[in-house]
Design a protein around this ligand. Structure first.
Ligand code: HEC
Length: 120
């Protein structure tokens, strides 16, 4: 340490500088964590948006269905395996319901299953 920095007023400035450096490091870390989380957050938004545009007109915004359109939050759907649901969304299931295959055009069936599972 030089004679200059040992001077009382210089010491104060150095202490403030030290705290600011620490604060800056914390802010940088927080920004980095948020940045890493961003792709996951926007993925969830994409799934919700895909559901809204491709599925909600039939199954409803809340996925509860109506009339002969099934509730996607039902026990039946909860008990179905991911593979069964994916097959239903992409191909119309075992009976190859043509009405359903068209609905799933360009939809990531796996992501849709995850989205349905996230609904209560
Ligand atoms: C044109 C209306 C329509 C659209 C659009 C639609 N569905 Fe369906 N969906 C149905 C009908 C009707 C059934 C019931 C078919 C049957 O079992 O006879 C069904 C059944 C299902 C099932 C099986 C539920 C069960 O209880 O077995 C799932 C899962 C499903 N839909 C998910 C989706 C998803 C995800 C989308 C969006 C990609 C979507 N559906 C878009 C009409 C639609």
């Amino acid at each position: 340490m030089g004679a200059q920095s040992a001077h009382p007023s210089n010491f104060k400035i150095e202490a403030v500088y030290h705290v600011m450096k620490k604060l800056f490091a914390v802010m940088l870390f927080t920004a980095a964590v948020l940045f890493l989380m961003l792709p996951n957050l926007s993925w969830a938004d994409d799934d919700a948006a895909a559901y809204k545009t491709k599925c909600a007109m039939c199954h409803g915004a809340d996925a509860k269905g109506k009339g002969n359109i099934p509730d996607l939050t039902s026990d039946k759907v909860k008990k179905a395996t991911d593979a069964e649901l994916e097959d239903f969304i992409a191909n119309g299931g075992k009976d190859k319901k043509a009405s359903h295959a068209f609905a799933a055009k360009g939809v990531d069936a796996k992501a849709m299953v995850a989205y349905i599972r996230s609904l209560k």
